[in-house]
Structure formats: structure tokens, C-alpha cells
Design a binder for this molecule. Structure first.
Ligand code: NIG
Ligand code: FE
Length: 397
């Protein structure tokens, strides 16, 4: 594959867009073999028939590193309840919220779950996503957690997209374990993780560390098992309050800590030391009308890489637009357009333990997007407009 006459936003390092005007990119066997100014193209490529990009913008393809796209039903009613004054945590405590999606997900068969999830995945693909993370966590029983993970794997067979799964058994306490969170963690969550791992369904282990979910001590027990199985961890941490989840996750060398509105400078320091990515989820911040801002400047000061993701889920972020997530990261969190694009590409890749993605450099996988734009800042700037011209996976035009 050879693309010529493109403006490249290479993101070759973290210092900026890495712009190359009048650039070209060549790939073979799924990987980039050369990228640079067309004038410097090696001789063998000069004689290759290329695709003329017409001066369009070429970036790494987008990566959505935090989603819950597999679920049954929806929560429009809860949306109405919240507009009538009820709080997110209040609804959860009253048996709604995540647990109401659990009921709908248990009731759905695998075909229905897949069909529903694909409507969301197709929206992500339409905006240039080629790699997506998908969590379980709306089953909270062995059968449904496995069903969700099998559905997530099936998505990669049904569409030209790569999927990384995360086991999120420690997402909420199901009704049958009311008042017995430790029994749920030890008697159900951990054995289900082991069963899912044995079936090859788990790429990473996630949890929700929060007052309405699980304590740091409970999450640590799940992470100990993940470590014994050789699985990387990540965590929903400091979303609604500061419980110490981010620093706990860093202590386990987590790939990422996600949400982080209530994180503090000391958490950023711990995450920097462990190389843990801070995943910003502005869709949830927006939907829940949160007012506590994540400590973006502390992440910058400590050199913590920041990713941006949709957090697509039926409750706190019914968002299927990565471009809108980038716009929100800028407008709501004051991230820069470069940070937003790195967040949906190279840093998202790192949050998934896939460092060969998300940059236009030699050796990286040739997952690319060609946009009807001239400058990469336009990606985060426009609202409700999809400028995708072509999505390229593994060097296939
Ligand atoms: O990432 N924070 C916990 N989990 C999801 C919300 C799940 C839900 O409300 O259904 C999140 O925001
Ligand atoms: Fe989430």
C-alpha cells in the first residue's frame, strides 16, 4: 500500500502533531515500512502505483480504549429520572442504574446482544475507529459475564475491527448478593474471572472502585488473581469520590486508571511512576453534569500520558462518537487538540498494551484515517460533523 499527496499528522512523538505536508506512507504485510515527505521517498517506492490522497489529512486510525458497548436494553427512563431531579448514585442505591442494565443483559440472548452492540460499533467505525476495548460487567453472574465476553469477541468476527476485552465482574453488586460484597468478590467474581480466562476471553481485568461499587481492598483481591493469571489490570477510579483507586491501580502496574475526576496530584505521581495512562471520559462527565474537573495539569506536570475514550455505556455515557469525545475533552477539560488526538490514538494504544498502534512511524501497524480536512486541530474543533474519507486497516485501502 502506498498513499501519496497527503498531509500527515504522524504523532511520531508526544511533542505535537508531527505534521508532514506533501507526505507519503507505505505499508507492507500490515505494517508501515516508510513515512515521510514525498520528495524523500526511496526509489523503489517512487515507481510504485500509489493512492493519491488529494492533499487530505492522514492520521493514525482512532482507538476507543474504554467502552461498554455490549449491553441489553437502554436507560432512557433513568435519563428522564435524572432530569426530574434524581441523582446517579441515588438511582444506583435504589436498585436502578447499572443493576437495571444487568437485568436486561441477562434476559438478552447472544444474537440479540451482538445485533445491538453492532449498531454502536458501526457508529464508531464510521468515525474511523479500528481498535476498541469492550468490557463485561453487566452480567454479574458467571453465565452472563461469559456471554458478554463471547459477544465482544464475536464483534471482531462480524466487522473489520480489532477488539480487546476487559473482565469487569467487579462493576456493581447484583441483587442476589445484597449486603454481601465480599461473598460476591470471592465466591462469584473471582471464580468467573478464572473461568473466562480459561476460555481465552479475557485480555485485561477492570473494576469499579467507588462508594456505590467496591472498596480498594475488594478490588485488590481481584487484582491479585489477575496478577496470578498474568493479566494486566485497569480501574474505574476516583469518578464520584476519592477512594485511592488510582494509586492502588498504579501499585499493580495498571495499564490505565479511568475517569479520575477526583484524583489528586499524589495519584498523578504514582501513575507516572508506574507508566499508568490516565483515561479521560468527558462523555460521562457531561452526561452526569459533573462539576469536579479531572486534574489535567497535574497529569501534564508529572508526565502521565492522557487518553480519551467514549465510555460508551447505557447509563453515564450513551456516546458513540469518538470525535465528539475529543471535542468534549477540549471544551470541558481544556485539553489541547494535540492532546485529544494523542488521547484517541497513541495514548489509547498504550492504555490497551498495544504500543505498535496509534502513530505513523516505521514498524507501526498501518491503521490509518484519511479525513476531508487540512489540519488535525479541525478533528476536535468541529461538532457533529464526520469528515472521515477513508478508514484503512492493516494497510488495506
Ligand atoms: O464507566 N463507572 C462505572 N461504569 C460505567 C457506567 C456504567 C453505567 O452506568 O451503566 C462508567 O461510567
Ligand atoms: Fe466505564
Amino acid at each position: 500500500m502506498l498513499i501519496t499527496n497527503a498531509t500527515l499528522a504522524t504523532l511520531r512523538d508526544d511533542s505535537g502533531f508531527g505534521l508532514i505536508p506533501e507526505g507519503a506512507v507505505a505499508a507492507r504485510d500490515g505494517s508501515i515500512i516508510w513515512a515521510g515527505p514525498a520528495a524523500e521517498m526511496p526509489d523503489d517506492l517512487q515507481n510504485t502505483d500509489g493512492y493519491d490522497a488529494g492533499g487530505r489529512l492522514l492520521t493514525p486510525a482512532l482507538i476507543d480504549c474504554h467502552t461498554h458497548v455490549v449491553f441489553g436494553g437502554n436507560r432512557a427512563e433513568e435519563f428522564e429520572q435524572r432530569l426530574n431531579g434524581a441523582g446517579y448514585a441515588e438511582i444506583a442505591r435504589a436498585g436502578g442504574g447499572i443493576v437495571s442494565t444487568v437485568r436486561a443483559t441477562r434476559a438478552a440472548d447472544e444474537d440479540a446482544l451482538l445485533r445491538d452492540a453492532l449498531t454502536r460499533v458501526d457508529a464508531l467505525i464510521a468515525e474511523g475507529v479500528t481498535l476498541i476495548e469492550i468490557k463485561s460487567g453487566y452480567g454479574l453472574d458467571a453465565e452472563t459475564e461469559l456471554k458478554m465476553l463471547r459477544t465482544a469477541r464475536a464483534i471482531a468476527g462480524a466487522r473489520d475491527i480489532e477488539v480487546r476485552t476487559s473482565f469487569l465482574g467487579a462493576h456493581a453488586l447484583p441483587a442476589e448478593y445484597a449486603g454481601r460484597p465480599d461473598a460476591y468478590i470471592d465466591g462469584l467474581c473471582i471464580p468467573t474471572l478464572q473461568a473466562a480466562h480459561a476460555e481465552g476471553l479475557v485480555d485485561a481485568v477492570d473494576g469499579f472502585c467507588e462508594g456505590i461499587a467496591f472498596s480498594p481492598a475488594q478490588i485488590a483481591r481481584v487484582f491479585d488473581v489477575a496478577r496470578a493469571l498474568g493479566l494486566p489490570v485497569k480501574l474505574h477510579a476516583e469518578q464520584l469520590s476519592h477512594l485511592g483507586g488510582a494509586t492502588l491501580a498504579a501499585g499493580y502496574g495498571a495499564l490505565s486508571a479511568d475517569h479520575l475526576e477526583y484524583a489528586q496530584a499524589a495519584d498523578a505521581q504514582a501513575m507516572a511512576a508506574s507508566g499508568t495512562v490516565a483515561v479521560m471520559l468527558p462523555g460521562a462527565f457531561y452526561t452526569l453534569r459533573e462539576t469536579q474537573m479531572p486534574p489535567i495539569q497535574a497529569f501534564r506536570d508529572h508526565g502521565v500520558p492522557m487518553a480519551v475514550a467514549t465510555d460508551c455505556n447505557p447509563g453515564s455515557s450513551p456516546l458513540t462518537s469518538p470525535l465528539l469525545a475529543m471535542n468534549m475533552a477540549c471544551t470541558l477539560f481544556r485539553m489541547t487538540p494535540v492532546e485529544a488526538l494523542l488521547g484517541m490514538t497513541a495514548h489509547a494504544a498504550r492504555a490497551l498494551g498495544a504500543p505498535d498502534r496509534g502513530r505513523i512511524i516505521k514498524g507501526a501497524r498501518a491503521d490509518l484515517c484519511l479525513w476531508d480536512l487540512r489540519h488535525p486541530a479541525e478533528l476536535a474543533y468541529r461538532i457533529g460533523y464526520n469528515p472521515l474519507h477513508k478508514r484503512i486497516t492493516g494497510g488495506r485501502l
